[in-house]
Design a protein around this ligand. Structure first.
Ligand code: ADP
Ligand code: XUL
Length: 549
């Protein structure tokens, strides 16, 4: 019998999932979450983020993530599980965030005093400058590096060249632009920096008591990694900051054994010398945690933001520059497209029909697919896909017939946008695993199935990133032990959708939505000032589907 621990350090919380494997039986035996704001109020974060005068800046204290790790491991020690059987630990972390360790950090990692808590040993309280060369870490919500994105893009030969090289054009939240800004605005701090980690490799380093590697899954969220070669790109490093190659950890496969859990954790919490497996980003871990280990499956997460992602065997890059290609922890690639206007846009329309999700569903059921030719681009906040800096919804076609039609407009608008902006992945989607808060709504999933022409399954695992990390720990342990297991086998029975939740596409409607896709694209092009008035195209589709729409 063996236990595998998966941790997920997200924006707001640290979650632990323990997987028990006993012969062919495997099950999750513990799930535990610590909310940063609540458990560690002395860092004064709100939803895990430090307050800032500049709305474009988003930072968090790395000492808080370390203290949370210490607390969660001590809480595990107090659980009824016999952790002497703990074989391996891996983790997931919010992507793109970076942690700056000062000179001497490497030796301090290996000489922590097990009698004392972790955080005070990393420096004096909130201004932890002794261990960290920067006490506040920039995170994925930061949007303050536009000038750095532009400079990097120019230096590597344009947005398309950067996307071909690293998997994404320059994005403000990506780590390369963030490092460039730090080196430019605080050259002293940058010079004092011994190692720049991602949140994932930082936490793995704390566990192993030595600098850990960065895996290709998280490394591809930096605009610094050569996507195909899976190593740092000299051109991208050069474009970012001086002497950067010496400050970055090496890149190594996601199943790398970083070393045993350091004596600090063994003595402090009575844990065994379990293998520490390289950590990865939350999206790559969720890929495993939602069972997407072969091409043809996609996950759609309907949360605060909506994302669509799936495994890709080949690194096909989005020619339109909105999607990302990351390394997958299986050794393949994954495509991901992120939409900022998710739940908030749906909630706005829900409030229009009475304020409840039942009213929302009812509205979807009594309005016709195609919505009588009303098309909405629901850009209530600045949109990531496509890039829309100045928010404001854009309505096209026939005017909406009222609040119920508005509900259909937002759901159809979102699903059509997700379908349109995932074509670049070049994957024929046959089944979709729906996750996130809104995935409990079967009427939303019906529109999803009709638009994509694919079966949709609800996926229950709330902690898919932490579960993915635990499964990765198991996979790597098997590999290191010389047995190895297929990924399909690793995820079987654990990272699987609810079979009874299957929603089938309705054939006539898939044809209707296939016709609406280019029309919606024409609306988007018009809204962005890149195309003619789409009104005639909308009328033509209405005419063709007169009985349906
Ligand atoms: P986060 O991205 O913050 O983790 P979640 O994935 O937990 O978000 O999703 C929370 C959201 O789910 C809520 O803000 C709400 O809009 C939405 N939601 C909850 N229940 C329903 C429902 N029945 N139908 C549609 N949306 C729902
Ligand atoms: C992905 C991204 C977010 C963070 C959230 O590119 O920025 O999904 O990983 O934790």
């Amino acid at each position: 019998m063996a236990f595998y621990l998966g941790l997920d350090s997200s924006t707001q919380s640290l979650t632990a999932v323990v997987l028990q494997v006993d012969g062919d039986a495997r099950r999750v035996v513990l799930e535990h979450r610590l909310e940063f704001d609540e458990a560690l109020p002395h860092y004064a974060t709100r939803r895990g983020v430090l307050l800032s005068d500049d709305p474009l800046v988003a930072e968090a204290p790395p000492a808080m993530w370390a203290e949370a790790l210490d607390l969660v491991l001590s809480e595990l020690k107090d659980s009824r599980l016999d952790l002497a059987h703990l074989r391996a630990i891996s983790g997931s972390a919010q992507q793109h965030g970076s942690v700056y360790l000062a000179r001497g950090a490497g030796s301090r990692l290996s000489s922590l005093d097990p009698v004392r808590p972790l955080a005070p040993q990393l420096g004096p309280g909130r201004d932890a400058t002794a261990f960290f060369s920067r006490a506040r870490s920039p995170i994925w919500m930061d949007a303050s590096t536009t000038a750095d994105c532009e400079a990097i893009t120019r230096a590597v030969g344009g947005a398309q060249a950067l996307a071909e090289l690293t998997g994404s054009r320059a994005f403000e939240r990506f780590t390369g632009p963030q490092i460039r800004k730090f080196a430019r605005t605080d050259p002293g701090g940058y010079a004092r920096t011994e190692r720049i980690h991602l949140v994932s490799s930082f936490l793995a380093s704390l566990l192993a008591g030595r600098h850990a590697v960065i895996d290709p899954g998280d490394g591809s969220g930096m605009n610094l990694m050569d996507l195909r070669a899976r190593r740092w790109s000299p051109v991208a490093l050069e474009a970012t900051a001086p002497g950067l190659a010496d400050k970055l950890p090496p890149i190594a496969e996601s199943w790398t054994d970083v070393g045993p859990l350091s004596p600090y954790w063994q003595r402090r919490h009575g844990l065994p010398a379990a293998r520490v497996i390289a950590w990865s980003g939350d999206n790559p871990c969720s890929l495993v945690g939602t069972g997407l280990v072969r091409e043809g499956l996609a996950a759609i997460s309907l949360g605060t933001s909506d994302t669509i992602f799936g495994l890709m065997r080949e690194p096909r890059v989005d020619p339109t520059g909105t999607g990302h290609v990351f390394g997958a922890p299986t050794g393949h690639y994954m495509g991901l497209t992120c939409f900022a206007n998710g739940s908030l846009a749906r909630e706005r329309m829900r409030d229009g029909v009475g304020g409840g999700w039942t009213d929302f569903s009812e509205a979807l059921r009594r309005t016709p697919p195609g919505n009588g030719g009303t098309i909405l681009l629901p850009w209530y906040v600045p949109e990531i896909t496509p890039h829309v800096a100045t928010p404001g919804p854009r309505w096209y076609g026939r005017p909406s017939s009222g609040p119920a039609a508005d509900v259909r407009a937002v759901v159809e608008g979102q699903m059509l946008a997700m379908a349109a902006h995932s074509f670049w992945m070049g994957v024929q989607v046959t089944a979709i695993h729906a996750t996130g808060g809104a995935s409990v709504n079967a009427d939303i999933l019906q529109v999803m199935a009709d638009v994509f022409g694919a079966d949709v399954f609800r996926f229950e695992a709330g902690n898919s990133a932490a579960l993915g990390a635990a499964l990765r720990a198991w996979h790597a342990d098997e590999l290191a032990g010389g047995t190895g297991r297929e990924w399909e086998d690793i995820v079987a029975g654990l990272a699987e959708p609810v079979a009874s939740s299957r929603v089938r596409p309705r054939p006539g409607l898939t044809a209707l939505y296939a016709d609406l896709l280019p029309v919606r694209a024409a609306c988007e092009a018009h809204a962005l000032g890149r195309g003619p008035d789409p009104a005639p195209a909308i009328e033509a589709v209405l005419h063709r589907h007169a009985g349906n729409a």
